[in-house]
Design a protein around this ligand. Structure first.
Ligand code: SAH
Ligand code: SF4
Length: 449
């Protein structure tokens, strides 16, 4: 890559939209451009290269790209050499890639998720080309061996499976991320061992459906096998994983989480809907009864476990009865938190063609009702923690109050507590003194480890 060292003395900025997989892809992009000589810029005005890593899961993050590009137009006017690149899930789709090329003339490069390893050559072409360079090839290039420049020095994202084969009817992910490809267990173990040696305390294993891990590998490795292996790595304190698909989460895996001390007691288990009729239309592959049974097995097997979920309201044809069934599951499952979204039609998906009778106002009302119910449940659950001591991995000083340190419990709850200076990356015991819906307040019990 020596000849592509044109970033020397220049600065870059990456703006990331979307999920943790995108956060991690941005860490890979950052390392790739740092290897070309670029240094991080602290604000867009300082940058010679701006990359937007886009999300396509709903319309809202897509709209955000247009507003960001509107702003960068002015920067380009004052800095002719500025390279603007737009990559990720949105631009992996041909219609969006061509729209950006046509509508935003200041964009130099449009690239999809599969083009990531080709970023240096693409940027080189983009800086010489008058026309916008577009790479939305659907053939995968192997991701193994790409560099990573991590944002945190104690918490790391570790992808274990790319892509998705599930084709939930509302979801664009399989189209923009391709089919499932598991990484080799050996490569993952090597990466995590190196992270632990370098002081990382927590890793989060990433995949659209981590429970499918290994099904495409020749040696039949399973996600449970991987967890057992990773649990043996010295110096590592916490192992997290997301997302678990309810149709593939087995009691065996729940046992592995229960029995291996480094694996955190938290499942992100998207429900999407509590109505069997809607679940079927969504092509989710499970029923509300199966889902509730899983929740019960998790709670019976693991003490102090948290369960979080994703919900879609206003799926085409969702009736009031369907919606009430979702609320029922919330009441029964008692999630620690949920991420609820109004259904957003996505081009090319099966659900795009379904007839939708509900008004947007009705959907907003349902979302509000659901969020109110969930907030009540969250406060009730968090109140149970008052008076208990929790292990907290500190993320740093609170953004809103410099006297407070902020961290997460093993169950992934946010905790604020007064601390003696910056304790980032330390594991401390915190006595919970006050509960709120979205976070907890506490006092540190012992000196940090
Ligand atoms: N692989 C994960 C989810 C990835 S997308 C899983 O299977 O659960 C993250 C969340 O976005 C989903 O759980 C879903 O709740 C939401 N989502 C996906 N497509 C959506 C759409 N078209 N409209 C609204 N929400 C959507
Ligand atoms: Fe989308 Fe379903 Fe795959 Fe999750 S499992 S990424 S919701 S298609």
């Amino acid at each position: 890559m020596q000849h592509l060292h044109f970033g020397d003395g220049k600065k870059y900025m990456i703006q990331t939209l979307g999920c943790q997989m995108n956060d991690h892809d941005s860490e890979v992009m950052a390392a790739i451009v740092e290897n070309m000589g670029y240094l991080p810029a602290s604000e867009p005005g300082e940058a010679d290269l701006i990359i937007i890593n886009t999300c396509a899961v709903r319309k809202k993050p897509e709209d955000k790209v247009a507003s960001m590009l509107g702003k960068y137009n002015a920067l380009k006017d004052s800095k002719k050499d500025l390279i603007i690149a737009v990559g990720g899930c949105m631009t992996q789709q041909k219609n969006s890639a061509l729209y950006i090329k046509k509508r935003f003339k200041q964009v130099d490069l449009v690239f999809g998720t599969h083009a990531l390893p080709r970023l240096p050559e693409l940027l080189d072409r983009a800086r010489h080309n008058k026309e916008t360079v577009v790479d939305i090839e659907e053939n995968y290039s192997p991701r193994e061996g790409l560099p990573v420049s991590r944002l945190s020095i104690y918490q790391a994202w570790v992808p274990i499976i790319y892509g998705c084969n599930n084709y939930c009817s509302y979801c664009v992910v399989p189209y923009v991320r391709g089919y499932e490809r598991s990484r080799n267990i050996k490569d993952i173990i090597e990466e995590v061992t190196a992270l632990a040696k370098n002081g990382y305390k927590e890793i989060t294993l990433l995949g659209q459906n981590v429970n499918s891990y290994g099904q495409d590998l020749p040696d039949n490795t399973s996600f449970a096998d991987l967890l057992v292996e990773l649990n043996q790595i010295d110096d590592l304190a916490r192992i997290r994983f997301m997302t678990s698909h309810p149709k593939d989460l087995s009691p065996g895996l729940i046992d592995v989480v229960a029995q291996n001390e480094k694996i955190c007691e938290h499942f992100h288990l998207p429900l999407q809907s509590g109505s069997n009729r809607i679940l079927e239309m969504m092509n989710r592959g499970y029923t509300r009864e199966h889902y509730l049974e899983l929740v019960q097995v998790i709670k019976d097997s693991i003490q102090e476990v948290s369960i979080t979920s994703d919900i879609i309201v206003g799926f085409p044809g969702e009736t009031e009865t369907d919606f009430l069934e979702t609320l029922d599951v919330l009441t029964e499952a008692r999630f620690d938190s949920t991420f609820a979204f109004i259904y957003s039609p996505r081009k090319g998906t099966a659900a795009e063609k379904l007839k939708d009778n509900n008004s947007y106002e009705e959907k907003e009302k349902r979302l509000q009702t659901l969020n109110n119910l969930q907030q009540r449940i969250a406060i009730e659950l968090n109140n149970l923690l008052v008076g208990q001591s929790c292990e907290v991995l500190v993320e740093g000083t609170s953004k809103s109050n410099p006297d407070l340190q902020t961290g997460r419990t093993r169950t992934n709850k946010l905790v604020h507590f007064p601390g003696p200076g910056d304790l980032s990356g330390k594991i401390v015991q915190v006595l919970i003194t006050e509960a709120r819906a979205w976070n907890l307040l506490g006092e540190m019990r012992e000196e940090p480890q």
